[in-house]
Design a protein around this ligand. Sequence first.
Ligand code: KMH
Ligand code: ZN
Length: 309
Amino acid sequence: MARPKTIITCAITGAIHTPTMSDALPYRAEDIAEQAIAAAEAGAAILHLHARNPDDGSISMDPNDFGRFLPIIKQRTDAVINISTGGSMQSTIQARLAPALAASPEMCSLNMGSMNFAFHPLAERYTEWKFPWEEDYVRNSKNTIFRNTFGDIEEVARTLDPHQVKYEHEIYDVGHLYNLKFCMDQGLFRAPIFLQFVMGILGGIGADIENLVFMKRTADKLFGDAYRWSVLGAGAAQMPLAAAAAQMGGHVRVGLEDSLYITRGKLAESNAQQVTKVRRILEELGHDIATPDEARDILQLKGGDRVAF
Ligand code: KMH
Ligand code: ZN
């Protein structure tokens, strides 16, 4: 039997890192589009996207800011577009949903539990900041709760139900798998579900292989063959966990949202550089990389012609 192909997702800019931390982090629409297109050309089948304010790189939940890059990416690649509903931790779930509701993409992220989601230790690395919002934003993560109640999750599922979006369920800890199982039993999601094990965020599970095996075993127990899965390791865990995940039969996620580095101590020049690296590692290990259409098939997506951008 042919070995299943490995899907590479690339998360282009996210909502954790700030412009001071890397000149490569894109925040203007044209830069987000260029980096997304280059990541797709390098082998990413799925592009996980956030928008930012073009003037200062702060987080934007404005559907118009997404609208400035989505059509460009669609015209120049066949990649699957995945829109974040994580957004800014201060926003309501309705505001976080608005970009996905406007764009009706093939995929959206959906965070599966409320948690501490902290990156304040990063602030100690910088003495000067490019933009005034950045330092407070990073330091305040010490005291913010990333809210994703059962009510919030249900609101996303019910609002987007007519759009037939496939979710990238963000699983930051083992308990989130049980939250998802409860929601599955309520009939909120269609199989196959797609899990993204997010490992190494301060507030979530640590990024090591024992934990990955535990997460996968728990998912097997709860979902049987009704799920597909991928891993993202935050920071230095990015490439090692991607290699481990692929060997365990999973898919992988890279991108500047999750790590600004290409190797220990060296900033990545672009998202495409990380995609190229992970692709090389996986191909060396004998894995074949999924095209966007193969990813659509594996995840049973509605198709790139059924989006609203
Ligand atoms: N905004 C972060 C707290 C996602 O894309 O869904 C988490 C996040 C994940 O954005
Ligand atoms: Zn994200």
